[in-house]
Design a binder for this molecule. Structure first.
Ligand code: ADP
Ligand code: MG
Length: 311
């Protein structure tokens, strides 16, 4: 029996509710197979496209004549956790019942604590929401204090910081449920970013990388295996070039060298490789796998994917 944290990529979940329901179905069977084999499973997921959609919908509705309140970014994150969690627990619940398994699945709205002194706060990098003209961007900056940057010739966008996860507010209840063998969906979108203020946790506009949050969770609940599912079957060196080489395995040392050599794109594959090597280095007999949503079964049986091992 292993304790496995499985992180689902937000980009592999599709762009609409219908696409998302279809994408979720692809993984349901494999996840419940693992549960049936006696493994303890915790699911995490990304939310980039989904929180973008929620944020944009509120921006448009707030600007219209209808009286829709402005929705703060942490609240948009909470909505995305509920929306994605609902589809996941609906599909997984159905599979559990159809196999007569006596376990339950639930989504936990998760707050992830970040350090207000994290260097990320001095350099916001994550673009969110709509595109604006230079003039609109200037007035948003003046009115709301948003940090605005030009995004690849497509217009101006708001950017928020991407701090590292420090603690998971709901970690005890997550651990309790996993100890009982229940299936838990948590840390959606990297968690709702909060900072500690005395007894209070305050939501802030930021994006925690879901790969780093999943790694933190895997360490905190003493998981054996961190599985990161995304849109590619394996990690590559020289990705997208004529010298592209797909990797079946990397040691921690090799992974660090490849990171330093710039093989992995910073907003996409780099956090996955860094999260994997950090997890593997964090204890004895820990391993990590990066593969695609569709190939999860073959990946877990060692037939595909990129496995990250200590030595
Ligand atoms: P997710 O939503 O799962 O976090 P991302 O789009 O953030 O997905 O990251 C996965 C993407 O990273 C892949 O689909 C691929 O296009 C890209 N990528 C960048 N560098 C590499 C690499 N060296 N090997 C494989 N994929 C890479
Ligand atoms: Mg990503």
């Amino acid at each position: 029996m292993s304790r496995i944290v499985i992180a689902l990529g937000g980009n592999a979940l599709g762009k609409t509710p219908l696409e998302q329901q279809a994408a979720v179905k692809n993984t349901t069977g494999s996840i419940i197979d693992l549960l049936e084999e006696g493994h303890q499973i915790v699911l995490t997921h990304g939310n980039g496209p989904q929180i973008g959609m929620i944020n944009l919908a509120f921006e448009l509705a707030t600007a219209s004549k209808e009286k829709t309140p402005a929705m703060p970014f942490p609240e948009c994150g909470a909505m995305s956790q509920g929306y994605i969690g609902y589809h996941l627990q609906n599909a997984l619940g159905r599979e559990i019942r159809s196999r007569g398994i006596t376990k339950s699945v639930a989504t936990i709205v998760t707050q992830v604590v970040v350090d207000p002194n994290d260097v990320a706060f001095s350099r916001p990098t994550k673009p969110i929401g709509s595109f604006y003209s230079e003039k609109e961007a200037a007035s948003l900056k003046a009115e709301k204090g948003y940090e605005m940057v030009e995004d690849a010739g497509r217009g101006y966008r708001r950017v928020v910081p991407s701090p590292l996860p420090v603690d998971i507010a709901e970690k005890d209840i997550i651990k309790n449920l996993v100890d009982c063998g229940q299936l838990v969906i948590t840390c959606g979108g990297g968690g709702i970013p909060v900072i500690r203020d005395g007894d209070q946790l305050k939501g802030i506009p930021a994006v925690i990388d879901k790969d780093f949050a999943s790694e933190k969770l895997a360490e905190m609940i003493e998981a054996d295996f961190l599985v990161i599912l995304t849109a590619v079957e394996r990690v590559a060196l020289n990705f997208g070039s004529a010298r592209e080489k797909w990797l079946a395995q990397m040691t921690v040392k090799e992974a660090k060298e490849y990171c330093a050599q710039g093989h992995f794109a910073s907003g996409s594959m780099l956090p996955k490789v860094k999260a994997s090597l950090q997890f593997v280095a964090s204890g004895k007999n820990k391993k990590s796998l990066i593969t695609s949503l569709e190939k999860v079964k073959e990946g877990l049986s060692g037939r595909t994917g990129t496995i990250i091992v200590k030595h």
